[in-house]
Design a protein around this ligand. Structure first.
Ligand code: GRF
Length: 199
């Protein structure tokens, strides 16, 4: 099994989808070994604790040089033997030293069909606000590998979701989560973990 860490910043519904998939036997190749939160009040930590998964909080901090933050994160991941990293609503941009240490071993979920509404500044509700402002009739979610370009790594999986005339950003966000993110992310974790096991 591939030792997997999930990095979170907020509510952790995507983490919950991974934990539920694990409990349902749908992630036979991934072991959820560690949850790392960027803030101590992330509700995702409560979800991890309820599932009995080891948790850590690592803050980037304003004064800390980015490389040092990267070294601390790498030390944490290495000390738990982490082989695969999943960004599930993680709002900190990963430093280069972390990205380089895990080539094609860091996954991110983004709530749009990349290359639409992605890159710097497109996070959370802003993504759905932009989709509605543009008037797209279809949006969705994308799981991709993480490289140095924000939301720019190789695409692993995508799922489309219909946009309805009366949608608000909040309503659309909920539909994208329910119909795409929570299905796509656990599947992608299992697919990547399985292929790592076969290497
Ligand atoms: C999700 O929409 C995810 O795609 C985005 O941030 C949100 C996180 O939600 N990057 P949660 O913390 O998993 O509930």
């Amino acid at each position: 099994m591939v030792k997997t860490a999930v990095l979170v910043s907020g509510g952790g519904t995507n983490l919950q989808a991974i934990l539920d998939a694990k409990a349902a036997g749908k992630l036979p190749h991934a072991e959820i070994s560690l949850v790392v939160a960027s803030r101590p009040d992330a509700y995702a930590l409560v979800r991890a604790e309820k599932a009995g998964v080891l948790c850590a909080v690592l803050r980037k901090g304003k004064e800390k040089p980015i490389e040092q933050y990267g070294r601390e994160l790498l030390e944490l991941l290495h000390s738990h033997g982490i082989e695969l990293v999943v960004l599930a609503g993680f709002l900190t941009i990963l430093p280069e030293n972390v990205i380089q240490a895990y080539p094609k071993r860091i996954l991110n979920i983004h709530p749009s069909l990349i290359p639409s509404f992605c890159g710097a500044g497109f996070y959370g509700l802003k993504v759905h606000e932009a989709a509605l402002a543009k008037g797209v009739k279809v949006t969705g979610a994308t799981v991709h590998f993480v490289n140095e370009i924000p939301d720019g790594g190789e695409i692993i999986a995508q799922k489309a979701v219909e946009v309805l005339p009366e949608d608000t950003p909040e309503v659309l966000q909920k539909r994208v989560m329910e119909q795409a993110e929570w299905i796509l992310l656990p599947q992608a974790v299992e697919d990547v973990a399985r292929s790592l096991c076969q290497q």
